[in-house]
Design a protein around this ligand. Structure first.
Ligand code: FAD
Length: 633
């Protein structure tokens, strides 16, 4: 029996992106002994890749911006399916969280009078994204890490040990959550990526902050860590996931060369003035403004262009519609034969601003295209197309505490669901991480305080020994399935059959393929040693991707309407019946996924009054409408 290194903490945070780091800081500040586990290197998380910025109604660029406007934009973007309490807490607390980051040392770009500068982004009524050029996530992670180190230094001064209260376990992947006989969290099991050594954490509270699921799709902006581990861990521990049918395809990923297909081209390119054109040179987004948004968007190029300098006298350019709208429009142009040579459309900043300004505002994009595609974006347009970017669905949590309904299990960041409804606005993730990461850390700490006794008992040893045998078996099954082959098939299936436009028959085909892949995944083989064996790592993560893909596909098949990040060719419209429904996925006794329907909470009357009556009539069901509106509708 191989050695298992054991640890004991009050709170274990799985994931060291923005949500995980913010949660760990909060738990440690409550006096809890806290571990942060990350399967990537410390500092390499998706948060670091975030380019555009963090949305917060600071009101620096436009004094009319307030948290209630941010709330309204978020609900509009999510097409009224968001958890209203989450959207409210997020909009209210985001400014405080950004200022706190600044207090901890983050250096945001400035307005001429020295306040935090804010940029425009799709779906946000006012310039709202606090940013650092197009490298915002890097500064955010740097600051949060610095805060962690500062806390560790304080502990070192007091106890002589920097890890006494807060310890980081980098390149360590969690593969199992352990629950006790009552169903409450008892700990987590995993392995070190470098040497394959096994680790077991005893802890009454676990915060999931593992990010998203993009690696289940072929074309994605996500990197290797996004295999849906947290989603799958939560399901297997008995928690429910909501909104899994809603997957965001970012409209602008690189389409060429093939080696970098899917890599993100930040929305800031459009926020700062970039325009989309088809092969005929037409600025086609004017043709795709849906009725529900028509009143807020410009009808001519002249009006759109005027908005950048005079937003109160002009309506917004249609390039800044929410992401789902732009992604579908690009998809339609390409399908109609008006795409770019490599199957995308053109995104141009070169004719819109001086080269020097492009290099200053979009340094990473300039570098990325030059290095990866040999395209100089100051002189020629980029070729772009939709790429799988973000999952709105995730663990169903209590808005205030981030608690799931498994005692001791919390979730924050991309792995949590509800906040963004059917579609996330750009910039709302970085702020989400800060607001709910903190709340999850506080929630976990309060939960630990409320426990009478901690008796993890034998469940941990039993679970660990089962997990060890299963993991080792993969190394020995020499004639089993190759994990890379199976992963490729999964990615093709999800991309082609459960992608940006969905149809009943295709999703049924996807489900039967997934069933077959689940069988094949029982006999994966990753022959070799435990020491840095990437095939083995993939084999351990594949069942998670398969489970999450089944959850997405089942929910997408069930929801017979189109809304936000879920577009059904066979049900092209939003349906009032579905407006009030969150689909919840759980794993049943037989290990299969089960669906149920949960009602979406009402938006408080005080916040509903921020929307126009016409708009409400388009989204809400008759019962939900304020009486005077219902009478007219
Ligand atoms: P992450 O930052 O991804 O962190 C996840 C962590 O979990 C990592 O440390 C990972 O190693 C760890 N992990 C995963 N599985 C395991 C496991 N089994 N065991 C141990 N550790 C595990 N949003 C915005 O608001 N504004 C933007 O401008 C923006 N730009 C983006 C640009 C790109 C290219 C991408 C990909 C995303 C962008 N987003 C943006 C979205 C945003 O960056 C992410 O949604 C957000 O950073 C997710 O943060 P998180 O803390 O939930 O997870």
């Amino acid at each position: 029996e191989p050695d298992i290194t054991r640890y004991s903490y009050d709170v274990v945070v799985i994931g060291a992106g923005g949500a995980g780091l913010r949660a760990a800081i909060a738990a440690r500040e409550q006096g809890k002994r806290t571990a942060v586990i990350s399967k990537s290197l410390f500092g390499k998380a998706h948060t670091v890749m975030a380019e555009g910025g963090a949305a917060a109604a600071l009101g620096n660029a436009n004094a009319d911006d307030t948290w209630t406007v941010h709330f309204r934009d978020t609900i509009r973007g999510g097409k009224f399916l968001n958890d209203p309490r989450m959207a409210e807490l997020h909009a209210r607390e985001a400014p405080e969280r950004i200022l706190e980051l600044e207090y901890w040392g983050a250096l945001f770009d400035r307005t001429p009078d020295g306040r935090i500068s804010q940029r425009n982004f799709g779906g946000h009524e006012y310039p709202r994204l606090a940013h650092v050029g197009d490298r915002t996530g890097l500064e955010m992670i740097r600051t949060l890490q610095q805060r962690i180190v500062a806390l560790q230094q304080a502990d070192a001064a007091e106890t002589g040990d920097p890890d006494a209260m807060l310890r980081v376990f980098a390149e360590t992947a969690v593969t199992e959550l352990v629950t006790d006989a009552s169903g409450a969290v008892a700990g987590a099991f995993g392995y070190r990526r470098a040497d394959g050594g096994f680790v077991l954490f005893e802890a009454p509270a676990v915060v999931l902050a593992t990010g998203g699921i993009g690696k289940a799709f072929r074309t994605t902006s996500n990197s290797w860590e996004y295999t849906g581990d947290g989603h799958a861990l939560a399901l297997r521990a008995g928690a429910g996931l909501i909104n899994m049918e809603f997957v965001q395809f970012h409209p602008t990923g690189m389409v060429w060369p093939p080696s970098v297909k899917g890599i993100l081209v930040t929305e800031s390119v459009r926020g700062d003035g970039g325009v989309l054109r088809n092969s005929e040179g037409r600025r086609f987004m004017f043709d795709y403004v849906p009725d529900v948004f028509r009143a807020q968007y410009a009808e001519s190029e002249e009006e759109a262009d005027g908005w950048y300098t005079d937003p109160s006298g002009h309506r917004r350019p249609p390039e800044l519609l929410p992401r789902d709208e732009v992604a579908r429009a690009i998809n339609s142009e390409v399908k109609a034969g008006r795409g770019s040579p490599h199957g995308g459309v053109f995104l141009d900043v070169s004719t819109r601003m001086p080269a020097e300004e492009i290099r200053r505002r979009l340094p990473s994009m300039h570098h990325q295209f030059k290095e990866l595609a040999d395209v100089d974006i100051t002189a020629e347009p980029m070729e772009v197309g939709p790429t799988c970017h973000y999952v709105m669905g995730g663990v169903r949590v209590d808005a205030d505490t981030a608690a799931s309904d498994v005692p001791g299990l919390f979730a924050a960041g991309e792995v949590a669901g509800g906040m963004h409804g059917s579609n996330r606005l750009g910039g709302n993730s970085l702020s989400d991480l800060l607001v709910f990461g903190r709340r999850a850390g506080l929630g976990a700490a309060a939960y630990v305080d409320g426990l009478d006794a901690r008796a993890p008992g034998e469940v941990l040893d039993e679970a660990a020994s089962r997990a060890v045998s299963a993991a080792l078996a993969l190394l020995k099954q020499g004639d089993g399935e190759n994990p890379y082959t199976l992963h490729g098939e999964l990615q093709d299936t999800m991309n082609d059959l459960v992608g940006i436009i969905r149809r009943e028959g295709e999703m049924e085909r996807a489900l039967s393929r997934l069933d077959e892949m689940v069988q094949r995944a029982r006999l994966l083989s990753a022959p070799g040693e435990r020491v840095y064996n990437p095939g083995w790592h993939l084999a351990l993560a594949l069942p998670n991707m398969l489970l999450v893909s089944r959850a997405i596909t089942r929910a997408a098949l069930e929801r017979t309407e189109s809304r936000g990040g879920h577009t059904r060719d066979d049900h092209p419209d939003m349906s009032p019946e579905w407006r009030r429904v969150n689909l919840e996925v759980r794993v049943g006794r037989d290990g299969d996924v089960e669906l149920s329907r949960r009602p979406v909470a009402d938006i408080p009357a005080g916040l509903l009054s921020g929307f126009g009556n016409d708009e409400l009539a388009k989204y809400l069901t008759k019962e939900e409408l304020p009486q005077e509106v219902a009478a007219e509708a």
